[in-house]
Design a protein around this ligand. Sequence first.
Ligand code: DGJ
Length: 734
Amino acid sequence: MTTISRSLAAIITLAATIAATAHENTSDPIRISTDRTDLIMHIDPNGRLYQAYLGPKLRHSEDIVRIPADQYAGCNGAVSFRDGEMYPSAATEDFFEPAFAITHNDGNTATYLYYIDSQSTSVDGGTHTRIVLRDKVYPVEVVLNYIAYPKENVIKTWSEISHKEKRPVRLSRYASAMLHFNRPEYYLTSFHGDWADEAHMDTQKLMFGKKIIDTNLGSRAAMFAHSFFNIGFDKEPQENSGDVLMGTLGWTGNFRLTFDVDNAGNLRILPGINPYASVYELKPEEVFVTPEFVFTLSENGTGEGSRNLHDWARRYSLKDGDQPRMTLLNNWENTYFSFDQEKLSGLMEEAEKLGVDMFLLDDGWFANKYPRNSDKAGLGDWEVNRSKLPGGIAALTEAAKKANVKFGIWIEPEMVNPESELFEKHPDWVIMQPNRDTYYYRNQLVLDLSNPAVQEHVFNVVDRILSENPEVAYFKWDCNSPITNVYSPYCKDRQGQMYIDHVRGLYRVLDRIKVKYPDVPMMLCSGGSGRADYEALKYFTEFWTSDNTDPIERLHIQWGYSHIFPAKAMAAHVTSWNKNTSVKFRTDVASMCKLGFDIGLDKMTGDEIEYCRQAVANWKRLQPAIMDGDMYRLISPEGNKHMAVNYVDKNRQSAVVFAYDIQPRIGDKLIPIRPKGLDPDRHYRVTEINLMPGTESKLAENGKTYTGDYLMKIGLNLLSRNHAHSTVVELEAL
Ligand code: DGJ
């Protein structure tokens, strides 16, 4: 930060402090509000803080004080107790999953938190409320934080835990927040999968007891499960109706989502870092800041919930959420590790032919003593491989300039191959068991990011590339291994810190990169999308949605992720996966997200190349709708018959409908596609786009004009019984 911006920040902080409103009367409820949601808490006569209400916004403030105090009482059976505390500790009279647990210096495990005070201040886009809670017996403090974003109907919450005991306390639970619900039934949709099989959605009814979704993978942490979910109240989550909660935790490491239904049928939700193997020794005065949990409540199903999150993400969270995205040509699927300067220069010319903005060089460009010619060696040695690329990165950026495209480059700086100079020099920088055989995942090991020296090394990988080659315009940052051989040489006898400090070390590096190079976009990749969360996405402009680019699989994967992330955050490339489908079909599927290519033009006919050029130009023109507009999921790909979505720009001036026939059966009924979000009173011209050269649209509606009302109620006949067939229609308001 410069001196001027520092003083500016100080003035802003001062102004915010002056504008802060304190909550003085403890008999008044605390109200966290968006335009459509209220979260209301009250301070009980016992001095502790309880949730009074979380639901659709209350119209009359007089109603707020009338909410009964025992909303969440666990009093159905013999045991009657007070439920609904905002941040209950272990070893109290709260008998279900606690939000946090501390072992104090004297070995006692109970903490009771009493309300001290709270303040609200205005922040970018919303209001930040800080609520201070403190124990009376032990010097332990928890600050609960809530930022309410009124327009987007999103609330972000996290906690800060600290103490003034003489020696470190042992923290064994540290949820980001706790939310309570008192409804007849709860249905949880979780998102899970595997490499090349991401974002599967499964819905189950929550019954008495705990359902836990978590990960112990450390890095590449979301390979099997994602840190987000939907809850349907009273029935399974529906797209356009019903009450739903959609939540997502920003943590790029081990997370845990706990859904605990108690004896009275109340549900408590606890998102947070996974305490697995992570009893954290918190020093006196050190503040343990939990990850942020972001949620939205919708009374109109998951469609509206997704649009809330998309708007919020683009405005306040995703890196460069308000900036356009670059289309690109990547070389991974085309060349793998086998390339040289000449080949890459040729591909840059291909990028120019396609009309994309950038050429992205993938894995294999580095290391000399142990050349990176496969995934077995070289990781860690970030010097250009002189035999493949004698002119270095400079020659590549030069060639890109000649081809009128920007140049981006792949790195995986958190990892090391044992066959590398880095490993030879710094074996102590690697997470590895000192006294056992080593297990390798993709022939590599994870660097110990809890170690500041390793953080410096990882920062320097990026810093060196960018300071020596300021023309480098983009990074693809990969992460292909979970943490294996779990032992941090840096944490030594405090191994409980490792998983958490490792992630914090990563954020420290990313922070420095963002400060020094704020304008360099980066793709978050993790062997596909083994990382996809909103904390990482503060540093990354998009994530690699999956290594699986079979367009049929992608329809499902992109559908899943679209629940939480806007299209702008999801990279999708046209490749040679599933050659049984046409280049048009593959491109139309990738066009629903941030469009790119990873295919040699030698694998396409002249018509296909021309088709792709047109599709790129169409996509660029339609960015206000696809990247920055509202998305409506119209037909789910479940069942593999059809899939359809539409995007509408914020002025409702232009829209695009993507309709896909996957594998419908001969007798299947074809229903008209009714786009949503249009202006009912305007007229829209219907134009089929993304047509192969020489083909004409067969749509009866093509070239005609309809009111938005007609289109939304009567619809367009875009579906067919063909297999792997797609139709893309642009709607332009006149
Ligand atoms: C895994 C990524 O998901 C791929 O796209 C590619 O970059 C490879 N790593 C390179 O090793």
